[in-house]
Write a protein that binds this ligand. Structure first.
Ligand SMILES: [Zn+2]
Length: 308
């Protein structure tokens, strides 16, 4: 791992890309040699696709530290955005910046993206067999930085009283919240739900529920999967033609690049204003059935005193 001060020295600035009031400033650091112009163009394209879904009140520039590596195995890519760990439910820096126009962390990058170039990536719109859909995965990762992620951890590790906005809408199958509204502490009687027991966990925000027609099942496999559990839609439920961008894993071949009404509802629930343009029909691309690679997320946490 490269040290933070070296990372700063390695930064290169590339042309900005702007869409719908959002400017994405991707700064390529460690592993920048792995990022070809095609990869960079595809990342910009994916970012602009997401921006088109949103109504942004005041133009903002989002800065991302983008890194790359080539590791045999492991996740396809990861992304994150820091937040101030104050009691309650907090927006990620990226989320806060888009939603309020206020930059919470000054010149520091708002988010991070790390890509695994060991896998075969197809960066255009016609995905070859055996290749992963770069733009689809980039949309997925950027959405994590946008706040589509949970800070809920494995059983026994949920001892903090700060969470991300997404967690404000986590409920069980009966609509009961495992995080107390008053103390913001995790109720350990819901520990079994973390690994799919008692029906698992759901997203219960009003817009998402209206879109789905009920509580939205989240991914809670029988063994806790750090970076995957709870932070994704239930990959075992949303299958076949119902696969979603925010499933926890994706097969090679063409993947879903269109946000579903459910995912758009979640974005609304966590504070986004959606563009009024009509929503495209869900992708009907056929996906291959070869082994799926996991998509992890890296959640960076930053503390500050509450009186700051
Ligand atoms: Zn993910």
């Amino acid at each position: 791992m490269i040290r933070p001060n070296l990372l700063i020295l390695c930064l290169l600035l590339f042309p900005l890309t702007t869409h719908a009031g959002l400017v994405f400033d991707f700064q390529y650091g460690t592993g920048s040699n792995l990022w070809t112009d095609n990869h960079k163009t595809a990342l910009n394209s994916a970012a602009n696709t997401l921006a088109d879904y949103l109504n942004v009140a005041s133009p903002v520039t989002l800065t991302f530290n983008v890194t790359g590596h080539s590791t045999n195995g492991g996740s396809l890519a990861s992304a994150g955005s820091s937040l101030y760990a104050t009691q309650g439910f907090n927006k990620t820096f990226v989320q806060q910046k888009i939603q309020t126009g206020v930059d919470p962390n000054g010149a520091t990058a708002d988010g991070t993206i790390n890509w695994n170039f060991h896998y075969n990536w197809d960066t255009d719109d016609s995905i070859s067999a055996g290749y992963y859909d770069f733009k689809a995965v980039a949309m997925h990762e950027l959405l994590h930085a946008f706040g589509f992620m949970s800070l809920i951890d494995s059983a026994g590790s949920n001892t903090a009283n700060y969470w991300v906005t997404f967690d404000d809408f986590i409920v069980d199958s009966n609509g009961n919240a495992p995080i107390s509204n008053g103390t913001y502490l995790w109720n350990t009687s819901y520990n079994t739900n973390l690994t799919g027991g008692a029906g698992g966990l759901y997203f219960g925000g009003a817009n998402a529920v209206a879109a789905f027609g009920g509580l939205v099942p989240l991914y809670t496999p029988g063994t806790w999967a750090s970076g995957s559990s709870v932070s994704h839609l239930d990959t075992t439920y949303f299958t076949g033609a119902n696969k979603k961008v925010m499933n926890h894993a994706v097969a090679s071949g063409p993947a879903v690049r269109t946000l579903s009404a459910i995912e758009l509802g979640i974005l609304e629930d966590i504070g986004y204003s959606l563009a009024t343009a009509s929503v495209p029909e869900p992708s009907t691309w056929l996906m291959s059935l070869v082994a799926a690679g996991g998509i992890g997320i890296a959640i960076l946490r930053q503390r500050r005193k509450q009186n700051d």
